[in-house]
Design a protein around this ligand. Structure first.
Ligand SMILES: Nc1nc2c(c(=O)[nH]1)N[C@H]1C(S)=C(S)[C@@H](COP(=O)(O)O)O[C@H]1N2
Ligand SMILES: [Mo]
Length: 320
């Protein structure tokens, strides 16, 4: 993520132009023994995961083709944005230290009965499916991932919100003992924990996926295990990882990035090639692993499913 050098939280690794954002993930793999070691460690962990028998899930034919080749799994699990584990893209080894069992999810706020549910008990109440989605980071790179998970609207059904619930607010763990990025020191000015939010109407759309796995296996820690969100028509920072809490609230939540840089990162963050980030164009994107730039599409190409959500909201900053 890129933030402006006007306050103390500017990061040294920030790459300011899209050209510099693109990194060839294969050359990182070759250059980093750690990354190579992890590529062999992750499948082993996937086999001992208590949810391993739920994979592979049946592919949902409505989302069986993203119109572009799927990004290499080895690339995807070792090139990430996960600031809890540092500001570089190479956080997969650090993220492997996060214990992902026991893990429970708090469901609270404007719901029938606030509850805390163990992740494997939640998994028993849902049906996993596979969907291939495009992912567009605000930094102007993109990838294609075969996610496994269940629709967010199924979680809403389980939570039983009341009529005061207007937004969902998602929260990531805060564990400075294991997450190096959350330790006192360099990044104390970051407003941990990571927060994201969507409207109830967005949550009830068919696209938002609560993600539990990728590439036919439980998620590696680097990609947000054991539970993350994926919103394919929004910039990647909305797709929060490592979720521990889902609150149904009346007020619009202020997200982690919105709090850090409200002039650059807003609540809606819908992909739009014609609305530039204040410091770079969003017209094109680097397709990771493919070595090419392609034009970026309005709503990341998912307008047919989501454009109607924004009718009547034209005065909002829908595209940042
Ligand atoms: N908790 C948390 N979630 C997060 C982030 C983060 O730093 N912390 N980064 C976001 C950003 S900017 C992107 S592009 C995606 C990256 O997902 P990936 O690493 O699986 O590709 O995760 C998003 N979710
Ligand atoms: Mo991102």
């Amino acid at each position: 993520m890129l933030i402006k050098r006007t306050r103390g939280w500017e990061i040294p690794e920030a790459r300011v132009t899209p050209e510099h954002v693109f990194l060839n993930r294969r050359s990182f793999m070759a250059a980093s023994a750690g990354a190579l070691a992890l590529a062999t460690v992750n499948p082993a962990r996937a086999e001992t995961d208590p949810s391993a028998s739920l994979y592979p899930a049946k592919r949902n034919p409505a989302y069986g083709d993203a119109g572009r080749p799927v990004t290499d799994a080895a690339d995807n699990t070792t090139y990430n944005n996960y600031y809890e584990f540092g500001t570089s893209k190479q956080i997969s080894e650090a993220a492997a230290a996060l214990p992902i069992r026991p893990w429970s999810i708090v469901i609270d706020g404007e719901v029938e009965t606030p509850t805390t549910i163990a992740i494997d008990d939640l998994f028993k109440q849902v049906t996993f499916e596979e969907r291939i989605y495009r992912h567009r980071c605000v930094e102007a790179w993109s990838m294609v991932v075969p996610w496994t998970g269940f629709p967010l609207k199924r979680l809403v059904e389980i939570a039983k919100p009341n009529s005061n619930a207007k937004y969902l607010r998602f929260e990531t763990f805060n564990k400075p003992d294991v997450a190096v990025g959350q330790k006192d020191g360099l990044f104390t000015s970051f407003p941990w924990p990571y927060i994201e939010g969507v409207t109830m109407a967005e949550a009830m759309n068919d696209l938002p996926l609560m993600v539990t796995g990728a590439y036919g296996k439980p998620l590696p820690n680097s990609m947000g295990a054991p539970l993350r969100l994926h919103l394919p028509w929004k910039y990647g920072f909305k797709s929060i990882k490592g979720i521990v809490k889902v609150s149904f609230v009346a007020e619009r939540p202020v997200s982690f990035w919105e709090q850090l840089g409200p002039a650059e990162y807003g609540f809606w963050a819908n992909v739009n090639p014609e609305v530039a980030h204040p410091r770079w164009s969003q017209a094109t994107e680097e397709v990771l692993g493919a070595g090419e730039r392609v034009p970026t599409l309005l709503y990341n190409g998912y307008g047919a499913q989501v454009a109607e959500l924004y009718k009547g909201l034209e005065n909002e900053k829908l595209f940042m």
